[in-house]
Design a binder for this molecule. Structure first.
Ligand code: PGA
Length: 247
């Protein structure tokens, strides 16, 4: 696992956006997966801006959305769907057949998971996965206690996720379950970048990078990924014990 610390969130986001752009230039039919949320917001905007200004062809790639709040309609502005649609799918003009998003209103969410897994396997797996980290150490909706061996699944949301998740919604929203790619997808992805910014993420980053690998803190799995990178800004690095990590 590599650790890269950037001076601020703008620089971090530009770097991550460059990775997406470089991947699509090198491999136009690549499969890339992004998280929604506050962390990747600027990176997504920069991907779209660069793709347009540099005339990069995204028509052959496949985009996979990391997760979704189960039961939340796609037009709800707090949904992951809405985030992906406004920040990536519309600006990059991605067509429905190159976009894999979980249907949060599916009558059979287990089927929805199977469909997602099959779609990913049929495309030959994920080339680049960009994820954030929750205040409980989750990645996507891989909540504390989750098996590292799972592909897509429905998750009962941890209390922290339910509480913190309200920030995305304009009015109080009933959040109980999520639908998410699993950590096995993450381990099988050819490259993974775990991003974090700001002081409030310093504690969870210290644990993810320096803590014992455990499913009680799912983000520690990044330490096991052969081509994993933790990309953070200086504020999010403020609780790292860099001497220990470098030794
Ligand atoms: P955030 O969410 O990017 O909005 O901080 C991260 C997460 O919960 O995974």
């Amino acid at each position: 696992m590599k650790l890269n610390i950037y001076p601020d969130n703008q620089t971090l986001s530009a770097q991550v956006a460059n990775e997406v752009i470089a991947l699509i230039k090198r491999m136009p039919d690549a499969v890339f997966c992004l998280a929604s949320g506050d962390t990747p917001r600027i990176a997504c905007q920069l991907v779209a801006e660069k793709a347009i200004s540099e005339g990069i062809d995204f028509s052959k790639c496949t985009f996979v959305g990391l997760d979704e709040w189960l039961g939340v309609a796609p037009d709800n502005e707090g949904s992951c769907h809405h985030f992906f649609k406004t920040l990536l799918i519309e600006p990059l003009r991605l067509s429905p057949n190159q976009t894999f998003l979980f249907d949060a209103l599916a009558t059979n969410p287990q089927e929805e998971c199977k469909k997602m897994d099959e779609n990913i396997f049929n495309k030959g797996g994920i080339d680049l996965m960009i994820v954030g980290i929750g205040m409980n150490g989750h990645i996507g909706f891989n909540e504390p206690g989750i098996s590292f061996e799972k592909y897509s699944h429905v998750a009962d949301l941890d209390n922290t996720t339910v509480t913190v998740g309200q920030k995305y919604f304009s009015s109080p929203t009933n959040l109980k379950q999520g639908i998410t790619l699993g950590l096995k997808h993450l381990m099988e992805s050819k490259r993974v970048i775990l991003m974090a910014n700001g002081k409030k993420k310093a504690g969870v980053i210290a644990k993810a990078v320096g803590g014992e690998i455990s499913n009680q803190f799912p983000a520690t799995i990044i330490q096991r990924h052969q081509n994993g990178e933790v990309a953070i800004d200086e504020e999010a690095s403020s609780e790292l014990n860099l001497k220990i990590i470098q030794s």
